[in-house]
Design a protein around this ligand. Structure first.
Ligand code: SF4
Length: 341
């Protein structure tokens, strides 16, 4: 069953200038993103900082207002919902944030942090049941009941993120949006938290939208991966296929630069910074940094095409090349097209 359906989502932020705050342009943080998350599935949204992936997560819960497009959660159009409807969405789709230190109120005890959603949605009756429920949640994330009355600063980074996960679980969600949920943790702690998330997924039939800049992290947890660059999806597919044979040059570079992911491609690290989403390059948005670009890349937007198990937006990746046994559909010899790089 489809839990979440995102169609052609755009989130543009106005750029205002002058005394009268005239709108002189837009930051196109998200510029036409489409994907689905099914029950019990982990979908990863990956890309460099500033590619728009966090804005997608926030737009799903209407923490920022979409400019256009459609977000359907459990069949309902999120844009049409009033405050009561939005509360229902936020009960069924909760969030785990990157930095557990800043996302947990340092003045609150663990019991009150974890019970925030329980209190807001009236999920228990009385203090005893509240305490029992929070204790159960802490045990689920491998913390102990004696932690109930402590404060966030008394915990390690990994433990604080477990508290954040317990808080997300408290509302009994169907979907958890994990926004860089393990990025602030040491590698060994990252692995423990990822294993915990994976166990919880199986035990509770949860779905995750896992937002991360790190392909090595999502490899361990994702069923499907969407790679985002400058507000658009450039490649998507089942995690196994995408990791074993990435097709888009951007995915290849991301994979090659992920320290714990073996890459057979040997792609060079990316040159330059991500261009401004206020003024994205024409044609393929990746052309200013692409190591294999050709002339048409700077004028013609590549349409997403199905190639093997992936969908890829790149002029050099063709289904024909992929259909030939033993022929790699990875971007290659641009001279075949008679164009200069
Ligand atoms: Fe590179 Fe061109 Fe493909 Fe874009 S369309 S990724 S610039 S080869």
């Amino acid at each position: 069953m489809t839990l979440l359906s995102v169609r052609d989502l755009r989130v543009w932020f106005p750029i205002q200038k002058g005394l009268f705050r005239r709108v002189v342009g837009h930051v196109r943080a998200v510029d036409g993103v489409t994907f689905e998350v099914n029950e019990g599935e982990t979908v990863a949204l990956v890309g460099e900082s500033g590619c728009g992936k966090t804005t997608v997560g926030r737009a799903i819960l209407r923490l920022v207002e979409p400019t256009s497009g459609e977000v359907r959660f459990l069949g309902e159009n999120v844009a049409d919902l009033d405050e009561k409807g939005l509360r229902k969405v936020r009960k069924n789709a909760s969030m785990v944030f990157q930095d557990p230190m800043t996302s947990l109120d340092p003045r609150m005890r663990v019991i009150d942090i974890v019970a925030e959603g329980i209190d807001e949605h009236g999920l228990v009756k009385g203090q005893e049941e509240r305490k029992r429920r929070v204790t159960e949640l802490l045990e689920r994330v491998e913390l102990r009941g004696e932690h109930l009355t402590r404060y966030p600063h008394e915990f390690s980074g990994g433990q604080r993120q477990r508290i954040g996960i317990a808080r997300a679980l408290a509302v009994e969600p169907k979907l958890i949006i994990c926004d860089e949920a393990v990025s602030a943790l040491d590698l060994s702690i990252q692995a423990q938290v990822l294993n915990l998330l994976d166990d919880l997924k199986r035990e509770l039939n949860l779905a995750y939208l896992f937002i991360s800049h790190d392909l090595a992290v999502v490899r361990h947890i994702a069923d499907r991966v969407f790679v985002m660059y400058l507000g658009v999806i450039v490649e998507e597919g089942p995690a196994d296929a995408l990791f074993s044979a990435p097709l888009h040059p951007y995915t290849q570079v991301l994979l090659a630069s992920a320290p714990s992911v073996e890459s057979r491609l040997g792609a060079a690290p990316l040159a330059g910074d991500v261009p401004s989403p206020a003024n994205p390059p024409p044609g393929c948005r990746f052309h200013t940094r692409c190591p294999v670009k050709i002339a048409r890349c700077s004028v013609e937007v590549p349409e997403p095409r199905k190639v093997r198990l992936q969908t890829v937006a790149c002029h050099l990746v063709s289904p024909d090349a992929a259909s030939q046994e033993g022929t790699s559909p990875t971007p290659g010899d641009a001279s075949q097209e008679g164009e200069s790089r």
